[in-house]
Design a protein around this ligand. Structure first.
Ligand code: ATP
Length: 323
């Protein structure tokens, strides 16, 4: 392998830049060139390729977002789009790819590898922490720290006004951000509709739980499911418990930004280096991940299986500690 094409795709996540840096520095160490591809699969189709050197990644480790930009590409979902991308890959003499993104990105990578035989290694870059084959994804630790900082601030005002706050956090179809931040902020309730953790428990708690609580925080995982998000839950709580002063807060995109934590930077460095060395060792269609603090490779086929299971014993602890 002489020239690795590198891109970020799907939702951005803090730590993507640290991963880009690790890939480039490791490749150069092994005398392999790196070609950056801007805006994920969209840039691949449009031929937005450029050579990257050691200096091109100076001073980016601590920056959120991705210097390579990211995009979602409808074209790449179709065989004609992938054919157009392959023409560009050939034109720029790229003979392997490293993709930083989430499960959608790996679905695309798997199709591309199957159709054209180009080896692709994936790095899990998503705040959602919802992939099989890694205990943590790059960006998750930063996102959950952003959430607990925000919720701590909300707790101050909730406490001062004796309010109940419904706080919506990200995680389209995964409650990974919700459960961990719920535990870390002492939330009185967690609602993760996709895991069937609905409003019933919260209602029961508000009806029969300790009455002299001065503030309450309920963490809700965003979703397009039946519960209808934080505003709908807030409406139901107000209707059923009119004596409570209930407010809704949507944390939104602040969860995707900011300087990556030490944990995310180290994860990105380790996985970025591992991805390059895996290509040199002959891996072709796998995601690099971390399990029990060891780097492991999982075929895309398995990595794209959604992992949103939450151990019920963890939720029990959340409940017990906030009684
Ligand atoms: P995140 O989890 O942060 O949203 P993601 O990688 O899952 O990241 P997606 O938008 O789902 O984000 O996927 C990124 C891109 O991968 C899509 O815009 C599309 O171009 C490509 N892609 C997704 N699924 C497929 C598929 N089944 N076949 C081909 N390409 C795909």
């Amino acid at each position: 392998i002489k020239n690795i094409g590198l891109f970020t795709s799907g939702g951005d996540a803090p730590g993507m830049n640290a991963a880009i840096r690790a890939v480039i520095r490791t490749a150069l160490f092994h005398d392999v060139e790196v070609t950056g591809i801007r805006r994920g699969y969209e840039g691949m189709i449009n031929g937005d390729f450029f050579p990257m050197g050691r200096r091109s990644v100076s001073n980016i480790m601590q920056r959120g977002g991705t210097i390579l930009k990211t995009a979602r590409s409808a074209q790449f979902r179709r065989p004609e789009g992938r054919q157009a991308a392959y023409e560009q890959v050939k034109k720029f003499n790229v003979d392997a790819l490293i993709a930083i993104g989430g499960d959608g990105t790996f679905r695309g990578a798997k199709a591309f590898n199957e159709e054209f035989g180009i080896p692709v290694i994936g790095l899990p870059g998503t705040i959602d922490n919802d992939l099989v084959g890694t205990d943590f994804t790059i960006g998750y630790d930063t996102a959950i720290n952003t959430v607990i900082n925000a919720v701590d601030k909300i707790r101050d005002t909730a406490e001062s006004h004796d309010r109940l706050f419904i706080v919506e956090v990200m995680g389209r179809d995964s409650g990974m951000i919700a459960w961990r931040t719920g535990m870390a902020t002492g939330a009185e309730g967690i609602i993760i509709p996709d895991a069937n953790i609905g409003v019933d428990k919260l209602f029961d708690r508000l009806e029969n739980g300790r009455k002299n609580k001065t503030s309450r925080i309920v963490i809700v995982s965003e979703c397009e499911g039946e519960e209808g998000g934080a505003f709908e839950i807030g409406r139901q709580v107000k209707e059923k418990f009119p004596h409570l002063d209930t407010r809704v807060s949507i944390l939104g995109h602040i969860q995707r930004g900011g300087s990556p934590t030490c944990m995310d930077r180290v994860l990105a460095c380790r996985l970025g280096a591992a991805a390059v060395e895996a290509l040199l060792e002959g891996y072709k269609c796998d995601m690099a991940g971390i399990i029990n603090n060891n780097v492991v490779f999982t075929p895309f086929e398995r990595a794209i299986k959604h992992n949103s299971e939450i151990d019920p014993s963890l939720l029990r602890i959340v409940e017990m500690l906030s009684l």
